[in-house]
Design a protein around this ligand. Structure first.
Ligand SMILES: NC(=O)c1ccc[n+]([C@@H]2O[C@H](COP(=O)([O-])OP(=O)(O)OC[C@H]3O[C@@H](n4cnc5c(N)ncnc54)[C@H](OP(=O)(O)O)[C@@H]3O)[C@@H](O)[C@H]2O)c1
Length: 260
């Protein structure tokens, strides 16, 4: 992979482009992007450093690896414009629902393909990047692309049959955690903490708890037990959450998406 091009330069593509360039694994002179709103694209190009292009077809011609980063419903029409130009190139798609099986019907057999599911914390280098197991990249090329994506977070290969559920938990999960941040900050404000202090305290508490679990590898129940002294205060809060169906509410939030 020498030259990389984004079709679409919205929130997710910007997060990836910033992470890739910042990591030094690809230089900004080798990163291209096309999006229809040219003024917005040029402003982002100045800020991030990539080369702005005036057409999707021109972008595909200029690069050897293409990242499809427009909205899922736009892909069919984009493929009609650039389809032939993708021959012999690698196509990485981050559009929700557009997995290997779905692309298979639209692409020439000599387009090498990989579906990747990122999430918004990639914007701060703490994303989860799910790589679908079924793909047609060359082995060394895939390793290089995984390494590049690792500059924006944690990369994990996932069996094709589990991309839906894994992508739901990691892709929608940030919104659920944001709800929790808001709710615990409201509780702190209710008892006198300033609003801005409350968000910082709660977000850092969640960040630290996640880091502790990741770094120790401890079962979450063990970490929870460590905070709950006998007849103490934390176990009162745990009891209240259980009475209000906290765990069940979390599981059902995923059920509601999986069964839609
Ligand atoms: N955001 C997430 O949490 C998340 C997570 C996982 C996967 N994804 C996937 O990432 C993709 C992008 O999401 P996003 O949140 O970054 O969306 P976004 O901010 O709305 O960006 C969409 C981009 O596509 C461009 N675009 C529109 N029409 C186009 C066309 N015909 N040809 C080429 N580009 C076109 C837009 O350009 P203009 O602004 O010029 O119209 C914009 O740059 C989606 O497919 C989504 O499923 C997102």
């Amino acid at each position: 992979m020498e030259k990389l091009g984004f079709i679409g330069m919205g929130n997710m593509a910007q997060a990836l482009a910033i992470g890739f360039i910042k990591s030094g694994k690809i230089s900004k002179e080798n990163v291209y992007a096309f999006a229809p709103s040219q003024d917005k694209l040029k402003a982002n190009a100045e800020r991030i450093g990539f080369i702005p292009m005036t057409s999707a077809a021109g972008l595909v011609k200029a690069v050897d690896t293409v990242i499809m980063a427009c909205k899922p419903y736009q892909i069919e029409s984009v493929l009609k414009t650039v389809g032939e130009g993708l021959r012999g190139k690698a196509l990485i798609s981050i559009a929700a629902g557009w997995n290997y099986e779905k692309y298979f019907n639209y692409l020439n057999s000599d387009v090498r393909f990989q579906f990747v599911m990122p999430n918004t914390p990639a914007m701060v280098g703490e994303g989860v990047l799910l790589f679908e197991s079924t793909n047609s990249l060359e082995e060394g090329e895939r390793a290089e692309i995984m390494d590049l994506f690792a500059s924006t977070g944690y990369v994990q290969e996932i069996d094709s049959s589990l991309m839906g559920i894994a992508g739901t938990v990691t892709g929608c999960g940030p919104a659920f955690v944001d709800l929790m941040i808001e709710a615990y900050a409201d509780a702190a404000v209710k008892y006198g903490v300033k609003r801005q202090d409350a968000y910082k305290l709660v977000s850092q508490m969640i960040l630290g708890s996640a880091k502790l679990q990741l770094e120790t590898g401890e079962h979450p129940a063990v970490l929870k037990d460590n905070v709950c002294s006998p007849a103490g205060t934390t176990i009162l809060g745990v009891t209240s959450l259980e009475e209000n169906g906290f765990r069940s509410a979390c599981i059902k939030s995923i059920d509601s998406i999986m069964n839609k």
